[in-house]
Write a protein that binds this ligand. Structure first.
Ligand code: ME8
Length: 653
């Protein structure tokens, strides 16, 4: 009987299909894909899950804005996401959509299990809700500005009857789980989560009744489930948990608990507190690891449509190819840390590592075997000079890659492989085959050198397979490992699936016929590329409304009047403040504004302005300000007066 393979279950977050995915989502999925491919290569029975998180208020609102049903809205975006993953050849085994019946019915079962356990009760929710993050927050957490502590956007007041999950009951086991040291990585996140628990876990609101795009709560049709309860369950519903009549839960038995949930740092909290607590409630095993990765930042911040700085992976793939993009993402960033994305950094990586180091090595080596050995790889020779060192480095690289990959250090795993590539390039310079080729006495040595170069490349082609499988296949083809399968006039080229064990030996290639091909990574003209990428940038889309909606009555409460500044001077005790005397057509008022950075006092005199005149007077550094002038504030922090042509004291509205 054959020995059962060890299983390995890895997941990505299921992404919101509220917009097309960008390079940040691609980064996470590419890491999961590389790990899945690596584990398969090592002989594991791998299950790799990704998908989309399709319910919730945000999606419902987006669909409404577009004038389509939420289902039609998500269907279109999910089709685009699946196309992107197909282009990138993401090797997922399953793609779960939370709007699929297989998921929805199981989430309802999970809810019932938690309810029957006595962990769900009905109450009233009063607090704040961030729709883009689909997160609940308390008054203290949102602060005076009423913004989401996670994303900084305005939150909305939520005041509804709701169901609650007794999260507080699991405080102690959660603390123990996190302190165990293995569950959550990186380490820095553990302390953050423990700090969160130490503030006291409140029971979690798990239903909403103010919108209806969600999975109905099975015991109360007025409610839909909180989108995170729905979303987190995907990791087990996709495996067929809980068992429902007529459908198998074999996958669950085989693959659960997950080995790794790979998630961005902003959702570590949901995965390392709420998710394990849900599993504790339904008495199922906990995932082995949650890994929080960092963000790709643009201009020091997260990508956002409003800033117009979204990086579209499709544009990059079209220009540079899937493998170059994957390589860059995996090589450039350190797992767990944030990293700046710039086109320049990306293009330099592609040129130095791919075109110069790897591309050159392949083309030089294959050309030399063609030229000096009639295209046939010679047999091994006697070790001389740097041979032993090269062999040792190449045949032991797999161990170092394994160690790095065990820790999700993709960048260092690739660096290990590039050490072999660079060493091999150096080997060419040291052995100078063109000199050996000058006379017959150098032939034996020349053959040995060519053999070693090809062996080294063969090992590289195996080692890079999890990260860049096209390039791996292309190298195999050029060094003579491809099989040409012809059926009549049509021929296809087949390259073997690499075998990890083969990266440990150095004598596989004698007698193979090399086959020179195109340069695997042509050199890029960086300045030209930078210009063209810049020209393609999507213009910033700025939403006009960035605050909570208000009622007309709220607006009516504001008393706006026109006036003229008749006197302006610096505040004696505050550098940033200017003190104005404003004539409102009879009444002159003192109004203080924090605009000293934008105007000199003398420029302001005579200025026609608009002011809020029913704001309660406030003392500002010892002087009273009675009202507020209106300004437009541009992104560079400079103010401009909102001017008027009307007489003083006229109502504005
Ligand atoms: O949070 N840099 O979905 P989401 C790196 N549906 N990674 C980034 C990134 C960036 N700038 N931007 C996004 C959700 N990501 C929920 C998840 S799971 C049960 C539910 C990646 O569409 C990163 O992995 O907002 C992050 O956690 C994920 O996309 C968030 O995707």
């Amino acid at each position: 009987m054959s020995e059962e393979k060890k299983t390995f279950y890895i997941t990505t977050p299921i992404y919101y299909p509220s917009d097309n995915l960008h390079i940040g989502h691609t980064y996470c999925t590419v890491m999961a894909d590389a790990m899945a491919r690596f584990k398969r290569l090592q002989g594991f029975d791998v299950r790799f899950l990704t998908g989309t998180d399709e319910h919730g208020q945000k999606i419902q609102e987006k669909a409404k804005d577009k004038g389509v049903t939420p289902q039609a809205y998500v269907d279109e975006i999910v089709a685009g996401i699946k196309k992107l993953w197909a282009t990138m050849e993401i090797s997922y085994d399953d793609f779960i959509r939370t709007t699929e019946p297989r998921h929805m019915k199981r989430v309802q079962e999970i809810f019932m299990k938690m309810y029957q356990k006595g962990d769900i009760y009905k109450g009233a929710y009063e607090g704040w809700y961030c729709t883009p993050c689909e997160s609940f927050w308390t008054e203290t957490q949102v602060g005076e500005g009423h913004v989401c502590p996670d994303c900084g956007r305005p939150v909305q007041k939520a005041n509804e009857e709701a169901y609650f999950f007794k999260l507080s009951k699991y405080e102690e086991p959660l603390r123990k789980l996190l302190k165990g040291g293995e569950f959550l990585q990186p380490e820095s996140r553990v302390n953050e989560m423990l700090g969160f628990i130490d503030q006291g876990l409140e029971d979690l609101c798990i239903s909403r009744s103010s919108f209806d795009w969600g999975i109905p709560v099975p015991i109360d049709e007025k409610h839909v489930m909180y989108v995170w309860l729905d979303a987190l369950s995907n990791y087990i519903t996709a495996l067929g948990y809980p068992e429902v009549e007529g459908e198998s839960s074999e996958l669950y038995k085989k693959y659960w608990p997950a080995d790794y949930h790979l998630v961005g740092k902003e959702i570590v909290r949901f995965h390392s507190i709420i998710w394990p607590a849900m599993l504790m409630s339904i008495e199922e095993p906990l995932p082995k690891h949650v890994l929080g990765h960092g963000w790709l930042l643009i201009d020091g911040g997260k990508m956002s449509k409003s800033k117009g700085n979204i990086v579209d992976p499709v544009v990059l793939i079209d220009r540079y190819g899937v493998d170059a993009l994957k390589y860059f993402l995996l090589r450039e960033y350190t797992f767990g840390q944030d990293g700046a994305f710039t086109n320049e950094v990306m293009l330099n990586r592609m040129n130095y590592d791919l075109a110069n180091d790897l591309g050159n090595l392949v083309s030089r080596t294959v050309s030399m075997v063609e030229k000096y050995c009639a295209g046939i790889v010679p047999a091994a020779g006697v070790d001389e000079g740097p041979d032993a060192e090269l062999k040792e480095l190449a045949t032991t690289c797999y161990e170092r890659v394994e160690k790095r990959m065990d820790k999700f250090e993709f960048n260092l795993a690739l660096e290990e492989i590039w050490t072999v590539i660079r060493r091999t390039n150096k080997y060419i310079d040291e052995t100078a085959p063109w000199v050996l080729a000058k006379d017959e006495s150098g032939k034996a040595r020349l053959d040995a050198v060519m053999h070693n170069l090809i062996e080294s490349l063969r090992i590289v082609s195996i080692l890079i397979f999890p990260f860049m499988h096209h390039t791996s296949a292309e190298i195999m083809k050029q060094i003579g490992l491809a099989e040409h399968v012809c059926d009549g006039a049509a021929c296809t080229i087949k390259t073997p699936t690499p075998v990890w064990e083969d990266a440990k030996v150095f004598d596989k290639m004698a007698g193979q016929k090399v086959e020179k091909g195109e340069a695997i990574f042509p050199r890029l003209d960086i300045n030209k590329e930078l210009e063209e990428l810049e020209a393609m940038k999507a213009p910033a889309v700025k939403p006009v409304c960035t605050k909570e909606l208000i009622e007309f009555d709220d607006f009516e409460k504001i008393d706006l009047k026109t006036g003229t500044i008749i006197k302006a001077e610096k505040h004696p005790k505050a550098d940033k403040l200017l003190v104005f005397q404003v004539d409102f057509g009879g009444e002159v008022r003192q109004i203080i504004s924090g605009v000293a950075g934008s105007f000199k006092p003398e420029e302001c005199v005579g200025q026609h302005v608009v002011a809020v005149v029913n704001l309660k007077p406030r003392m500002l550094r010892g002087l009273e300000s009675n009202g507020m002038l209106l300004y437009a504030c541009s992104e560079d922090g400079k103010f401009k007066f909102v001017e008027t042509k009307a007489d003083n004291g006229v109502e504005v509205g």
